[in-house]
Design a protein around this ligand. Structure first.
Ligand SMILES: NC(=O)c1ccc[n+]([C@@H]2O[C@H](COP(=O)([O-])OP(=O)(O)OC[C@H]3O[C@@H](n4cnc5c(N)ncnc54)[C@H](OP(=O)(O)O)[C@@H]3O)[C@@H](O)[C@H]2O)c1
Length: 256
């Protein structure tokens, strides 16, 4: 297993939920971090805590991943603070649960810009740095909802953008494998975070919610596999969810 100690990682959406858990797990492994989110207070606090607890370097960068100028600044700051970015964890995402014909127009824009544009653009802005350095790892936090076909009702924009992201990630693996760049889609099931906290309670069953523990371990796994291996897709799905039923457990009539 390759050691992560002293290596550099950028994590978006690091202030809460899955991103915070991944940040903490990577700091525990000794990685130096650039942590991005829109809110300043939480990432400042998290960086201070991780530096104190794990003796790593951690830099907060306020960034809205839906804005290209912010992403350009994040990429520049990441390279200048870390020297070398070994891992990019694209995680910042938002949710919006509505029947499509009732979905607020601004939610559609926000989903597209955050959950797809943000991932693809930040990857583009950092990937040549990895090419020049002779390698790196990119983990895109996608969603277990892409295992449900057709996409779950009231989540079709969210879920279809995650499908697109999963396809993008797979294609990128194929393009980048000869550059020693590993590209992984991580597909979490329904996890106890503020994102699910904001969903309609009828759509999530508390006993089925996962904690972030297995997800953060999956990221460490993705970053430490042997040199000639790429974990292309990792699904971390709720044990109680029957494989063929919707991952997000609410009533949905599938075609027979
Ligand atoms: N929770 C689940 O069940 C679940 C399941 C499958 C996939 N996922 C995916 O996992 C990822 C993380 O979700 P989560 O559940 O941890 O959500 P969360 O608890 O709501 O946290 C979202 C994080 O993203 C940041 N963020 C949101 N919009 C942003 C923007 N425009 N620019 C920069 N940062 C932004 C938030 O910080 P600020 O508000 O300060 O910006 C926060 O740090 C998302 O991509 C989500 O789709 C979650």
């Amino acid at each position: 297993m390759e050691s992560l100690k002293g290596k550099g990682a950028v994590i978006t959406g690091a202030s809460r939920g899955i991103g915070k858990a991944i940040s903490t797990a990577l700091a525990r492994e000794g990685m130096n971090l650039v942590l991005a989110a829109r809110g300043r207070g939480e990432i400042n606090e998290l960086c201070a805590h991780l530096m104190e607890a794990y003796s790593v370097r951690a830099f907060p960068v306020v960034c809205d991943v839906s804005k290209q100028a912010d992403l350009e600044r994040l990429a520049m700051e990441a390279v200048s603070k870390l020297g070398r970015v070994d891992a990019l964890i694209n995680n910042a995402g938002v949710s919006s649960q509505h029947l499509f014909h009732k979905q607020p127009l601004e939610d559609i824009q926000k989903l597209m810009q955050t959950n797809f544009f943000g991932y693809v653009m930040l990857t583009r802005l950092l990937i040549n740095h990895m090419v020049e350095n002779g390698g790196g790892s990119i983990v895109n936090v996608v969603s277990g909802s892409t295992l449900v076909d057709p996409p779950p009702k009231t989540f079709i924009v969210y879920s279809s953008l995650k499908w697109a992201l999963r396809a993008f990630t797979k294609g990128l693996f194929w393009e980048m494998r000869d550059y020693n760049i590993k590209v992984t889609s991580l597909l979490p099931g329904v996890t106890d975070t503020s994102l699910t906290g904001n969903l309609d309670p009828a759509t999530i069953e508390p006993s089925r919610l996962m904690t972030t523990e297995a997800i953060e371990r999956a990221v460490v796994f993705a970053l430490t596999v042997p040199r000639n291996v790429c974990p292309l897709e990792i699904s971390v799905i709720n044990q109680q969810t029957p494989w063929k039923m919707p991952v997000i457990p609410y009533k949905q009539e599938h075609p027979k």
